[in-house]
Design a binder for this molecule. Structure first.
Ligand SMILES: NC(=O)c1ccc[n+]([C@@H]2O[C@H](COP(=O)([O-])OP(=O)(O)OC[C@H]3O[C@@H](n4cnc5c(N)ncnc54)[C@H](O)[C@@H]3O)[C@@H](O)[C@H]2O)c1
Length: 349
């Protein structure tokens, strides 16, 4: 079968990673790199290449050799670029966040569905070996029922010109939650507190509480001002607890057979009732072996397979939409000093 013709749009910080991995994906044939700055696109491609550089998106979409586009431009441009690509009959891989609003995302999801085209969100972390294993551990029942999630993603980050820290970093945590938690789990309400202590004009740190349809409370802390890079998420379960420390390659995942149990009062003998109902489990901690593998090649391979097999990708428009719904509600909550705001998913769940 011949390779799928691809164009990458955007040659800034992230686009070159899409170019590099697309070139390394046998199922894809990179045809174009498009950027408003042609010199930047040419510099990314280098001198010895058959991939063409252009500033003209229309030219890319008019090329019958292009069956798919991968978009790595700023979030505000995603809606127009994705819509134009879908209307031109191209499959689309788009960077997070899918668009700037739930309403726009609903339109794009419906357009892709009507056109029989793949619309995939690059929720990169979902394709890492660690997150895949967390999904298996949770969905197989290995850790029991999830009781809470606590996620910290802080570092010295670039203050983005167009989005605040919630819209820049929290899509990672939210897409991971969407991917690993039991199927059908959806966010129902959020409360967000944000701050801009440096006076940049946008929130540089945020504390986000997310209530889920299972009754679980998840918490996400994102911050661009921390001199220390911390990437830690804890998934507390009734049987075990997963601690994911992405900054610790030899032991990214630790499964703790430790936690707090509560015995039902009815199950206790009369003379035991006076004793504490709370007991502590202090069992082993084990570290699963994980392959060290970059996520983006798996993103590209999944995009190509979804196109070839005519099926939704693992991180489809629905997952992009659920992430956006939380971000939108979180911004509203932050404007209202952290008030609890219901998450509205639009038409598509
Ligand atoms: N998946 C990840 O882990 C990850 C990491 C970083 C960034 N991103 C996402 O990638 C996207 C781009 O971020 P970035 O940091 O690379 O931004 P950037 O500003 O560094 O680069 C964007 C590029 O897009 C070009 N561009 C803008 N509008 C265009 C248009 N209409 N047509 C063609 N080119 C256009 C700009 O000239 C620029 O070169 C964002 O959505 C961001 O959230 C994802």
């Amino acid at each position: 079968m011949s390779a799928i013709g691809l164009a990458v749009i955007g040659a800034g910080y992230w686009g070159p990673n899409l170019v590099r991995t697309a070139i390394g994906t046998p199922a894809l044939q990179l045809e174009w790199l498009c950027d408003l700055d042609e010199q930047r696109a040419k510099a990314v491609l280098g001198r010895y290449t058959t991939v063409r550089a252009t500033t003209c998106y229309e030219q890319v979409l008019a090329d019958p050799a292009v069956a798919a586009v991968a978009i790595a431009t700023p979030a505000a441009s995603h809606f127009d670029l994705v819509r134009a690509a879908l209307e031109a009959g191209k499959h689309v891989l788009v960077e997070k966040p899918l668009t700037s609003s739930v309403a726009d995302a609903v339109k794009l999801a419906a357009l892709a569905e009507r056109s029989g085209l793949v619309l995939m969100c690059d929720h990169t972390y979902c394709y890492t070996p660690a997150v895949r294993r967390i999904r298996e551990l949770i969905r197989s029942g290995e850790i029991g029922d999830v009781q809470y999630v606590d996620s910290v993603r802080v570092n010295l980050g670039l203050v983005q010109p167009d989005v605040d820290v919630l819209w820049d970093l929290a899509p990672h945590d939210l897409s991971i939650l969407d991917f690993v938690l039991p199927e059908g789990t959806v966010p129902t309400a959020v409360a967000a507190h944000t701050a801009d202590p440096v006076g940049t004009g946008r929130a540089c740190l945020a504390y986000l509480s997310v209530w889920l349809s299972t009754g679980v409370l998840a918490h996400v802390n994102v911050n661009w001002l921390s001199p220390m890079k911390i990437r830690t998420t804890v998934f507390g379960g009734t049987r075990r607890t997963i601690v994911w420390d992405d900054m610790n390659p030899p032991a990214r995942l630790m499964i703790h057979d430790r936690g707090v149990d509560r015995r039902e009062a009815d199950s206790l003998a009369q003379d035991e009732r006076r004793q504490a109902l709370i007991s502590y489990r202090l069992g082993d901690i084990w570290v699963p072996a994980l392959p060290e593998r970059e996520a983006l090649p798996s993103v590209m391979a999944e995009f190509a397979s979804a196109i070839t097999e005519g099926r939704p990708p693992l991180t489809d428009a629905g997952s992009g939409l659920r992430v956006l719904a939380v971000l939108e509600a979180a911004s509203l909550s932050a404007e209202q000093d952290g008030a609890r705001v219901a998450v509205s998913m639009g038409e598509i769940k």
